[in-house]
Design a protein around this ligand. Structure first.
Ligand SMILES: [Zn+2]
Length: 211
């Protein structure tokens, strides 16, 4: 898809979707946004939060980054993009749910096992350390005879759970979760099947959503 295609797409949006949502947009400007969900997803172009949830404008506050990671809370004065989004969604927008959505064929997770050589990926190397607990967990707990693909899927799913743990290091997230005002959810989107699985605390595993 080149730039001309994007411009054509914008023209279609102006003629169709914008008209469909025009009243909604006006309301969202007058009333302000009131999303109930913070959705943390991978920057991967195949994972489109609005598409897979059929959510319209104003419904999802979306943070996307490489590997749908959550950096643990740090009481310093550095730049923290995901942390800033979490803080705003929780303390200002008062979202009642945070979803961390992992996915199949995640380059961030496969990069933990084999990072492309000869590329200047200094920030990627550092960032994907946020999933190293998942890799360590899989190394210690998964059967040794599983395939590399199974190992990657397990790491992708475990990483979602560790990112949820990272969310709990944010004092305001923890306080609201403990008070029953905020729920944390782990999802996993399979690109090839279009299925979503969610982490079920009773089953202690990922369960297919819907149907
Ligand atoms: Zn990814």
């Amino acid at each position: 898809m080149d730039i001309n295609a994007l411009v054509k797409g914008f023209e279609r949006f102006r003629k169709t979707s914008f008209q469909k949502y025009e009243d909604k947009f006006q309301d969202l400007v007058k009333q302000g946004q009131r999303p109930r969900v913070l959705f943390i997803a991978c920057a991967d172009s195949r994972v489109d939060p609005g598409l897979i949830t059929d959510a319209g404008p104003g419904e999802l506050f979306i943070m996307r980054n490489v590997g749908n990671m959550v950096e643990p809370f740090a009481a310093d004065n550095e730049f923290h993009a995901t942390a800033a989004g979490i803080e705003y969604a929780v303390s200002v927008l008062n979202v009642s749910n945070i979803i961390v959505c992992g996915h199949s064929h995640c380059g961030a997770i496969s990069g933990m096992y084999k990072i492309p050589h000869g590329k200047n990926l200094v920030h990627v190397r550092k960032w994907i350390e946020l999933a190293k607990e998942a890799k360590t967990y899989v190394a210690h707990n998964a059967p040794s005879d599983i395939s590399h693909e199974e190992r990657l899927e397990l790491t992708e799913k475990m990483s979602v759970l560790f990112q949820l743990n990272h969310l709990l290091t944010y004092p305001e997230v923890k306080r609201r979760v403990d008070a029953g005002q905020l729920q944390l959810r782990g999802w996993y989107f399979s690109i090839e099947t279009g299925e979503i699985e969610y982490y079920d605390h009773h089953e202690r595993g990922f369960v297919r959503m819907g149907r």
